[in-house]
Design a protein around this ligand. Structure first.
Ligand code: ATP
Ligand code: MG
Length: 413
């Protein structure tokens, strides 16, 4: 006997109402489709303006944790669809409760909505008719009309009656990509992958940019970042990662003899390069993993001077978040174990003994003006950028040229 016939996906009021509705719904369906790609037997259906997933031969228990990652989805519920007859409804409700494998006393109520007037009992009358046999059968169920832990909803229509199981929370946010595209500065650290996930959750499509300083940073450091971007791709369905050769830009600053401004200068150069890439890829903002006060480059004066290197808005999803909470999120999304691998990041390499927490914009501007060939080095870094396309499920496409549209290299499969 099949436990559930569908999973019902619910989206927030703001998401699926109003003028944006069609666009949001389409984005949500596409995201569901991308996440379900490894489960070809699961089918997506749209009925009564709602999104349902028919698990087909797939296990509902496997699909639930995957679908919980649909951005914009507030909750989901397993649903049984049965003949619109009292007996069938009571039986399906019983099976749903049984599937929950209650181990402690659970308060519940039924909530019946009769849409099809051909059903012989009114909504009012139906509630006790369905609830009483359940109370008899499951001694752990207790009625609570006000705030029950389990609300067993029944919707009776002419073709079928739908019995809804427990409400399972989703991640919320906005459907993927409905708020536009941004360029994420992705380091190998703990914070930026979490910032990337937060941006995705908020309805942004993201592309990632990573700066590496080979041979000062290892091949492993680069692989680590590819792994992190891959994890983001598991959430987004697809993510492009731009890997920028940063060695020459970085070393050009080491010769200036202003060690305490090293990080400020590097960050500004990163923002400039990221801005060029964002413009090229039509992204309208940059996203970083910065968190106020966390390190010298993330004090307010530092953020101020660094942020002036770009005209694009810098989104900092974690700016007010404590490290504990960032770590919790990073474990939750599955990037933590990779982030704490030890490989050097290009910024830790040239870190001065005492980086300034209060850089002076005028001095920084002057230094940049006299740094030999800085504009050229930045342009060359953009030129030399390599792009990797990561798809949910782990396959990679390496693109010979940053611009080139996916020409598939068979070596990568
Ligand atoms: P993270 O954990 O994300 O590395 P962090 O606390 O270590 O952050 P910093 O290393 O100062 O902070 O970096 C601040 C932000 O700058 C990062 O969150 C990231 O967005 C960006 N960034 C730093 N290094 C790189 C890099 N090598 N490539 C791309 N972006 C970077
Ligand atoms: Mg870092």
């Amino acid at each position: 006997m099949k436990k559930y016939d569908y999973l019902l996906l619910r989206f927030g009021e703001v998401t699926l109402k109003g003028r944006n509705r069609a666009r949001f719904e389409k984005a949500a369906v596409e995201h569901v489709r991308a996440l379900l790609r490894p489960y070809p037997d699961a089918k997506i259906r749209r009925e009564f303006g709602r999104i349902y997933v028919d698990p087909g031969s797939e296990q509902v228990e496997t699909l639930i944790p995957i679908l919980q990652n649909v951005f914009g989805m507030t909750s989901l519920s397993p649903v049984r669809a049965v003949a619109p007859e009292l007996e069938a409804i009571v039986q399906a409700a019983g099976e749903l409760v049984e599937a929950m494998q209650l181990t402690k006393e659970t308060t519940f109520k039924t909530n019946v909505r009769r849409v099809w007037k051909g059903f012989p009992h009114s909504s009012q009358e139906s509630n006790p008719l369905i609830a009483s046999p359940l109370l008899k059968r499951f001694s752990l169920l207790k009625v609570d009309m006000r705030s029950p832990e389990l609300e067993l909803r029944v919707e009776i229509r002419d073709k079928a009656a739908y019995v809804f199981g427990n409400v399972i929370p989703g991640v919320g946010g906005f459907p993927l990509g409905t708020n536009g595209k941004a360029m994420l500065l992705l380091s190998g650290g703990i914070d930026s992958p979490v910032a990337g996930w937060s941006a995705l959750r908020r309805g942004l499509e993201i592309e990632c940019v990573h700066f590496h300083s080979y041979p000062f940073t290892s091949e492993q450091a680069k692989e680590k970042v590819i792994d992190l971007a891959q994890t983001l791709a598991e959430y987004a369905g697809k993510v492009r990662l731009h890997i920028v050769p940063f060695t020459d830009v970085q070393t050009s600053f080491t010769q200036i003899g202003q060690d305490n401004l090293m990080i400020t200068l590097m960050r500004r150069a990163m923002l400039r390069i990221a801005t060029r890439l964002a413009e090229r890829e039509k992204a309208l903002a940059l996203v970083t993993g910065e968190s106020l006060g966390q390190v010298a480059s993330q004090t307010l004066p530092s953020m101020n001077v660094i942020g002036r290197a770009t005209e694009l808005p810098i989104l900092r999803p974690l700016v007010m978040t404590d490290k504990d909470e960032i770590i919790r999120l990073s474990r939750q999304i599955g990037t933590y174990e990779t982030s704490i691998l030890p490989y050097e990041d290009c910024c830790t390499l040239f870190v001065p003994k005492s980086p300034t927490t209060n850089p002076n914009l005028r001095i920084v501007n002057k230094i940049e003006a006299v740094t030999p060939n800085l504009d050229r080095l930045i342009a060359e870094a953009v030129e030399g950028t390599e792009t990797v396309e990561l798809l949910a499920g782990g396959s990679r496409l390496r693109q010979a040229e940053a611009h080139a549209q996916a020409s598939i290299d068979p070596d990568w499969f």
